[in-house]
Design a protein around this ligand. Structure first.
Ligand SMILES: [Zn+2]
Length: 490
């Protein structure tokens, strides 16, 4: 087994979240609607319809290219890829060929650089639904709502050697398209489709193997990882028998957790690509000049939209807020959480509590059912309130358990922190005199633990602290309680 290593490259398709389709004005919000309700002559491929490229989709693809350090082709064009399939009735797909918008980029995952061969733009196809009636009659229905949705295709170099890196890379791509706000990147919904090309060679061999196997229908990150792992094992067992795996396309069966033959590839298909005659070449300009018309696409405008990307954000969070790299990773996983965290820290009076804010978000807020259910933007607690709450706890105005109680109220009902403290009487008792009375009472009421403590059983102290906290309903300042107990017990 260990004599072999996989060689894996990826093709990733991402549906862009533009309002209208790639070459017509049909809406893209088709998911909850009846079949064939978001179509027009253009996206149905009727003769004579004229495609007009969606400028926003082109800008989105270039934005992605910039995020992945790609070279941008300033002179590009759309091409026809000729093939017939029932979900593509016009007999060709409008895509890009030798001049994709972006090429030669890279993305670092798990400290390894993965080459990005190209990122281009094309139109999605319709959807076929294969029906089998009870009587056994079989037929296929076609829905063209999806036809013409802008589809970004990203192709990597065959740089992967581990299923885990494939998994992490795909997740990183999802994270980046969400940061760029160009797609939901949801694999379950089919917004993000990852198709790995897998082959296996002997360790030490340099060239690419003579065959490759593509896996389709992977509809979650977990099945992507399992699919790759399964396929690598399957191919190694064939190679160990002295045979060579067949070049083919295989599907993923989620129930059986295995791949199966879908289509044996003969020679590479001849798609007879040629420039799309109905769409003029796309010329990108560096920046806007006075004489330019408003329909043009300017690279500097797109560059200005590039947000701070996750890797950079992690580094800055570690440096600026003194949090660990792991915590920074968690907080930057979704851009909304990262924004929420920064907003909260910004409203702190004492910036050194940033680390505490991070802890509260990660353990209390992200762990709450409210967050799990509907995400950070629908929370009833505001970033400013968390900053206030943390300040109250750190300044000793309320105890940590009271802080958690207040947070819980803010998460479920919302409200005003000061009011909650007043109404619930949660103000921390730090009055040494008052606490001394309680401590004395607890000592009298618990002779056994007191005796244990005096013969050296230090654990009894924790028990006695607990009793004081119970007496004060969690409002006592633990530091003072600890101090008083040790003092009075001698
Ligand atoms: Zn249309």
């Amino acid at each position: 087994m260990s004599n072999y290593e996989p060689v894996i490259g990826l093709e990733i398709h991402v549906q862009l979240n533009t309002k209208s389709k790639m070459f017509c004005r049909c809406g893209t919000d088709y998911r909850d609607d009846l079949p064939n309700t978001h179509c027009c002559p253009t996206c149905l491929g009727l003769p004579g319809a004229l495609p007009v490229p969606n400028k926003k989709a082109i800008q989105d693809v270039i934005l992605m290219g910039l995020a992945l350090d790609c070279e941008i082709n300033k002179n590009s064009y759309f091409a026809r890829k000729n093939y017939f399939y029932p979900d593509l009735p016009k007999g060709y797909q409008i895509t890009q060929y030798d001049k994709p918008f972006c090429h030669d980029g890279k993305l670092v995952v798990n400290d390894k650089t993965v080459g990005i061969t190209r990122i281009h733009l094309e139109e999605d196809t319709g959807k076929s639904m294969h029906i089998t009636e009870k009587g056994g009659e079989e037929y296929t229905l076609l829905d063209f709502n999806k036809s013409g949705i802008p589809l970004m295709e990203l192709v990597t170099e065959p740089d992967f050697r581990k299923a885990e890196d494939v998994f992490d890379f795909a997740k990183k791509i999802r994270q980046i398209v969400r940061y760029l706000d160009i797609s939901d990147g949801d694999m379950e919904k089919g917004n993000l489709r990852v198709e790995p090309n897998i082959s296996v060679r002997k360790v030490g061999e340099k060239g690419l193997p003579k065959y490759k196997v593509e896996i389709k229908n992977l509809n979650s990150f977990t099945s992507l990882k399992r699919g790759v792992e399964f396929e690598v094992k399957r191919q190694i067992s064939i190679l160990e028998k002295g045979e060579i795996p067949i070049q083919e396309t295989r599907g993923w069966n989620d129930d059986k957790q295995s791949t199966y033959t879908q289509r044996i590839k003969e020679e590479a298909h001849d798609y007879r690509y040629f420039p799309e005659p109905d769409i003029p070449p796309i010329e990108l300009k560096e920046s806007k000049q006075a004489k330019d018309n408003t329909d043009e696409i300017y690279l500097d405008e797109i560059r200005n939209k590039l947000p701070e990307l996750p890797n950079i954000k992690v580094g800055r969070f570690v440096k600026d807020f003194g949090i660990t790299e792991y915590d920074a990773q968690v907080l930057t996983e979704e851009i909304e959480i990262a924004k929420w965290f920064e907003e909260s820290v910004k409203s702190l009076k004492d910036k050194k509590h940033g680390k505490k804010v991070a802890n509260w978000i990660i353990t209390e807020i992200m762990g709450s059912s409210q967050y799990q259910l509907s995400g950070v933007n629908k929370l009833k607690i505001q970033p400013l309130q968390l900053a206030d709450l943390v300040t109250n706890v750190e300044d000793g105005k309320i105890s940590r358990p009271s802080g958690k109680e207040i947070l819980n109220i803010l998460l479920t009902e919302g409200g005003d922190i000061e009011e909650i403290i007043q109404n619930k009487g949660l103000e921390q008792v730090s009055d040494t005199g008052a606490l001394e009375e309680v401590v004395k009472k607890v000592i009298v009421a618990n002779p056994k633990p007191v005796a244990d403590y005096k013969v050296g059983k230090k654990a009894s102290l924790q028990f006695l602290i607990g009793m004081v906290m119970r007496e004060t309903k969690g409002k006592a300042d633990v530091k003072i309680v600890n101090q008083k107990l040790t003092e009075l017990l001698g």
